[in-house]
Unconditional design. Structure first.
Length: 134
């Protein structure tokens, strides 16, 4: 019987909350996914793990930007995260650089995304301009 992806994520998340995460555990998980031909599910499992961690007050977000995040932007991101997770005990921002962002930032949570990039704003403007009725 195939174990559900959500169940796998729950077990990993609960275990890592209790005793941390080691390289040997990471290797065991990778071996399980490879043996059972489920490596394509890795991103989904990691997203599910982040969701369980968030439920327990440990929120990890990925902030994608063209350049480094200033202290002010990091504080703004934390303020936004606190709106969604008011009981968060710890908030970790993982910074990811992508020159195609040009400006602004895209914030990815376990189960949602907040796109504040220049490209997203231009796309909204373009949509509004095209759909405008005179």
């Amino acid at each position: 019987m195939k174990v559900s992806r959500v169940r796998i994520a729950d077990v990993i998340a609960e275990d890592s909350l209790k005793k941390g995460f080691s390289q040997s555990e990471a290797r065991s998980i990778a071996a399980y996914l490879m043996t059972n031909r489920r490596t394509a599910e890795l991103d989904s499992i990691l997203r599910d793990i982040r969701g369980v961690w968030a439920e327990h007050g440990f929120v990890e977000v990925t902030a994608t930007c063209a350049h480094g995040l200033s202290e002010k932007v990091q504080q703004d991101i934390i303020a936004e995260v606190r709106k969604l997770y008011p009981d968060a005990k710890q908030i970790v921002i993982v910074e990811k650089h992508d020159p195609s962002i040009v400006g602004g930032v895209r914030i990815e949570f376990a189960n949602r995304q907040l796109d504040l990039s220049v490209q997203a704003e231009l796309n909204k403007f373009k949509t509004l301009a095209v759909n405008r009725k005179d």
